[in-house]
Ligand binder design. Structure first.
Ligand SMILES: [Cu+2]
Length: 256
């Protein structure tokens, strides 16, 4: 028998071991991934910070836009043609004035950009530290639904029930393609993707309902991929989760 077709050749064995290791690496650590946790008691809810930065952007571009428009309007009038066919003569600027006219307006723009970028960067990094005291829900996205699974095995579709007053961490993946779990009211959005676990957390503080939508074009029914977050008073949430958990437990029991 030629050795290169031997079923136990080292090449085949290595390929088998390698394949198993790769499969284990893909599957095993996925849900176990631990996002960085903020020190106990700290909740870096970014919602107010994002709103603040957004207003800052609007105010800044308005002020800069108005200043530039006024300067431009002044120049249009000041240097207008006074009679037909008039050829203008540009005032001679000193090298310092030339540099100043180029650098100062650029600096005003850039200083504002850097300020906004630095604040956004800080907000985002703080936000990535998940609060220590939280509830966790697994989310599997698929064309076209959001499927949530609670720690006790309770499953819901397109409706995420959560208690008021407690941060909620979603550990997300996808069974098909890219989706993005977007809850505009809480100012949070994160992709869910196949073969990888991403995370997203938000801080619901009072009972109410909030829209969830998919913010990544994922297929022809993408726009129907809407759900909601239902924030319940803590006691109501507990009752609901226990009741649903009991149903799951009794359904799992073998018939006697
Ligand atoms: Cu989607």
């Amino acid at each position: 028998m030629p050795t290169d077709h031997h079923p136990n050749s080292w090449r085949q064995r290595a390929a088998r071991i390698g394949g198993a290791a790769a499969a284990a690496l893909l599957v095993l650590p996925a849900w176990a991934y631990e996002p960085p946790t903020a020190p106990s008691g700290r909740i870096n809810d970014p919602a107010a910070g994002w709103d603040h930065l957004w207003h800052e952007v609007l105010v800044d571009i308005t002020i800069i836009g108005v200043i530039f428009a006024l300067v431009m309007a002044y120049f249009l009038v000041r240097y207008r043609a006074r009679k037909p066919g008039e050829v203008g003569s540009a005032p001679k600027l000193s090298p310092a004035a030339v540099i100043g006219w180029a650098v100062i307006p650029t600096f005003i723009f850039m200083a504002d950009d850097f300020y906004l970028a630095a604040n956004g960067w800080k907000l985002w990094n703080d936000y990535r530290d998940v609060p220590a005291d939280r509830i966790e829900v697994k989310l599997e996205a698929g064309m076209y639904s959001w499927d949530y699974t609670y720690a006790n095995g309770v499953r819901t579709q397109n409706e995420l029930k959560v208690p008021a007053g407690k941060p909620v961490l979603l550990r997300m993946t996808s069974r098909d393609t890219l989706h993005s779990h977007f809850i505009p009211d809480f100012r949070v959005k994160e992709d869910s993707m196949p073969g990888r676990v991403t995370y997203l957390w938000f801080y619901p503080q009072k009972p109410g309902e909030h829209i969830v939508s998919c913010a990544e074009y994922c297929g022809v029914m993408h726009s129907y991929m809407a759900g909601k977050v239902v924030v319940l008073p803590e006691a109501d949430f507990k009752t609901w989760l226990e009741q649903e958990g009991a149903k799951v437990a009794s359904a799992a029991k073998p018939a006697t």
